[in-house]
Design a protein around this ligand. Sequence first.
Ligand SMILES: Nc1nc2c(c(=O)[nH]1)N[C@H]1C(S)=C(S)[C@@H](COP(=O)(O)OP(=O)(O)OC[C@H]3O[C@@H](n4cnc5c(=O)[nH]c(N)nc54)[C@H](O)[C@@H]3O)O[C@H]1N2
Ligand SMILES: Nc1nc2c(c(=O)[nH]1)N[C@H]1C(S)=C(S)[C@@H](COP(=O)(O)OP(=O)(O)OC[C@H]3O[C@@H](n4cnc5c(=O)[nH]c(N)nc54)[C@H](O)[C@@H]3O)O[C@H]1N2
Ligand code: SF4
Ligand SMILES: [Mo]
Length: 754
Amino acid sequence: MATDTANQADWKTTSCILCSINCGLKVQVDDGHLVKIRGDKQNPRSKGYTCEKPAQLDHYQNHADRLTSPLRRRADGSYEAIDWDTAITEVAARLAEIRDGHGGDKIMYYGGGGQGNHLGGAYSGATRRTLGMRYASNALAQEKTGEFWVERQMFGARPEPDFEHAEVSVFVGKNPWHSHGFERARVILRDIAKDPQRSMIVIDPRRTETADLADFFLQVRPGADAFVLSAMLAVLVEDDLIDRNFLAEHATDGHALFAALAEVDIADYCTRAGVDEELIRAAARRIGRAGSVAVVEDLGIEMAPHSTLNSYLEKLLYALTGNFGRAGTMNLGTHLGQLIGTSKDNRVTPVGGHRIITGLVPCNAIPDEILTDHPDRFRGMIIESGNPVHSLADSPRMREALNALDFLVVIDVAMTETTRFADYVLPGASQYEKAEATFFGGGFPDNVFQLRQRVFEPLEGTLPEPEIHSRLCRALGAYTDEDLADLRAAAAAGREAFGLAFGQTLAARPDLAGIMPVVLYESLGRSLDEGLESAALLWGACQQLAASNAASIRRAGFAGEGLALGDALFDALLTRREGVVITSDPYEVSFERIATDDKRIQLVIPELVEELIELANESAPAATDAFPFVLAAGERRGTTANTIYRDPSWRKKDRDGALRISPGDADSLGIETGDRVRVTTKRGSVETVVEVSDTLRDGHVTLPNGMGLEYPDERGERLVHGTPPNELTSSEDRDWIAGTPWHKHVRARVEAVA
Ligand SMILES: Nc1nc2c(c(=O)[nH]1)N[C@H]1C(S)=C(S)[C@@H](COP(=O)(O)OP(=O)(O)OC[C@H]3O[C@@H](n4cnc5c(=O)[nH]c(N)nc54)[C@H](O)[C@@H]3O)O[C@H]1N2
Ligand SMILES: Nc1nc2c(c(=O)[nH]1)N[C@H]1C(S)=C(S)[C@@H](COP(=O)(O)OP(=O)(O)OC[C@H]3O[C@@H](n4cnc5c(=O)[nH]c(N)nc54)[C@H](O)[C@@H]3O)O[C@H]1N2
Ligand code: SF4
Ligand SMILES: [Mo]
């Protein structure tokens, strides 16, 4: 290449950790700081794209509340720094005490990864297995579990939208302009908006930045999506825009569903949803007649009334019109490592009997499973890379629950709202100080995976989570050096020898098979370059993918048979730091990947068809005198990034996260932008600044997500910046199937303050 190599050399390859897309980055570092950050054109997924947020990443890497030593809580609630050996020994002993006294299933695991890190969570599997822990949860169980439940039944897998090629793109309760959710979102949104042959349909109560680009903007009354979606489906039926041939070939009998849709009073449902009937009809027809349609839902319906029903209706928009298994539609891709459980896990929670979906306890049920004298209650918790006190519904109740535990250990990079409740805090190295990866999945037809390598050495006093789990397992007696001697020798001898020895060990030693991540870390991992030990788990994932999807890997350009194919993939991950196309597929393969029992798309989910029928008897949720507003508690903005940035100075505007309110409502309350108001719900009351915005419907107000974090000011005084949304939410307001919270639908009162 004709580039200046000296200049190239000091750019390190990594990625953004602020949302699930993990856009590739090139960074320059100086004295522990990220000083220059730009998009990485070499990254096969993001191709140089970034949004505005990663420019501030040094606020994640360096800030006043980073943890630099294990901490132990004293009787008076303050913390003392302790060394790692003491911390590991004591934490292991306290966890073992609960296991021995009450059973390992009384220890719950929460978290395991955020937007940029999942390796820690993957290694935690060994610790959990060692302790006999059975229950886990993470943030997915407060957003996506309802959708997972529907997808598992309809497809047995998770379809991905192909917006890059779709003639019609549909966004339901999703604002990709700010939240992304697919790669290069703003480029693709602008392309769609510019192209007269293509259309965009947005269903959202707020005229978002995405809605501004839409051809059809259905400004639904908050919480009334079930009426819009069922009206659209009814139009498809009425106008005979159902793809009968597709359904005959690929789907099961939909009789009960079609009977329910035939009963929908379209005009009435449109009125209830507050959307013009002709607009709904036109949008439905646009979908019904398009060559290709891709659809995505997100928090706007997942965190609102009828959320699981809405996920089902949203999927029927594309399933009934045959928009599956082709370019521009919905497809089933590959996964290197599984983020979500695939098993048909039919368990319920031990105390409340709540449905466990894809292995996750519903987040809203967690306090119920602790705050009780039921013998099966959770008594201990390991929280890793999650801030549930801040991010789950009903923060006061979450705090009460964590206080009630016999033992809590939190693994985080920062002192947070949650670490404050821990008996022990274990400091992780940051995501730029260790190898990391996410298992969100990289797309279709090409699936991209990036193993990020560290940009800095771990901050003094911190350890990467895989090392923490390995040490915990050792302290708990799960393995000894002797157990691993043969595997280590094999790893030193080469990959082929290791592959054979690994297979033999797993077969001969079920105890070691149970803690496979740590076994890989301590054997193969120790033979990799320093800082790359935790990549060892990916070797196992590559072998699994090679065994299940060899043809897809070969199409991505890899050669070899059996273990050699997995090795080739693993080597590419180690060396091609910008990310690797790991599989490449023709669209038709989606049909082979339908994983329902009869390999057909399941059209009828009986509980949800029932709920659909019941809609007829329900009016859209109405305002009450005490709480005339609907508050969406937690809106994505250019100034939010979950709680990954703690230092509020990363935000150049909207520092305290204003409450948005419509001009009409502002007039009635006699307030203007910059004024302060009090927002009160049945759960709590906060004061906040206001921004009058004509993007909102009357009666609807919004607060940003991720705000209300405590952080010291210049004089060291600890202040809370902005409004923590979950001081206002209640854990009982949740979906009846998945238990997902109604964060977007909180009844509220707004009052001007002098
Ligand atoms: N900038 C930024 N990007 C992020 C994040 C971040 O913190 N900041 N977080 C990431 C994460 S963890 C996630 S899960 C995604 C979430 O991404 P999104 O789901 O897109 O984010 P939200 O803004 O929370 O909600 C989406 C939309 O739902 C709308 N909405 C509210 N009530 C209703 C309703 O009743 N019906 C309908 N149809 N819509 C409604 C809101 O107006 C909003 O436009 O974003 C990711 N990306
Ligand atoms: N009311 C309301 N509540 C919401 C939402 C909403 O819209 N409204 N959105 C919800 C959604 S969709 C989500 S995904 C959640 C997100 O909320 P959480 O799951 O709590 O996740 P994050 O804020 O992304 O970060 C969690 C923690 O990870 C830590 N961390 C960062 N890097 C590392 C690392 O390398 N190792 C370790 N061990 N820790 C690290 C951070 O310091 C932080 O404490 O919030 C949810 N909460
Ligand atoms: S879209 Fe923005 S926040 Fe998300 S990974 Fe890319 S640069 Fe980071
Ligand atoms: Mo999320």
